[in-house]
Write a protein that binds this ligand. Structure first.
Ligand SMILES: [Zn+2]
Length: 80
């Protein structure tokens, strides 16, 4: 039982600052990638896909969550 308590005591100012910073929404990193999709014999079209990454830990994020599930960073998505 003592372990949890010890960890709490090791919280540093930096940990607290980091936690507060994560409450500030940060714009997600948008990565646009293109690939060629075969739509008919020998016919391709270029498909654009967008993926999002957490600005703090670079974990991929899906379905526009409010917070990163990896590090708890509050996320902001451009546009509506
Ligand atoms: Zn994150």
């Amino acid at each position: 039982m003592g372990e949890e308590g010890d960890k709490m005591n090791e919280l540093t100012i930096q940990d607290i600052v980091n936690a507060l910073n994560k409450q500030q929404p940060k714009k997600v990193v948008v990565k646009t990638t293109y690939y060629d999709e075969l739509i008919a014999y020998d016919v391709y079209r270029t498909v654009e896909t967008k993926s999002y990454r957490c600005p703090s830990c670079e974990a991929p994020v899906y379905h526009k969550p409010k917070y990163c599930k990896e590090c708890g960073q509050r996320l902001e998505f451009g546009g509506r």
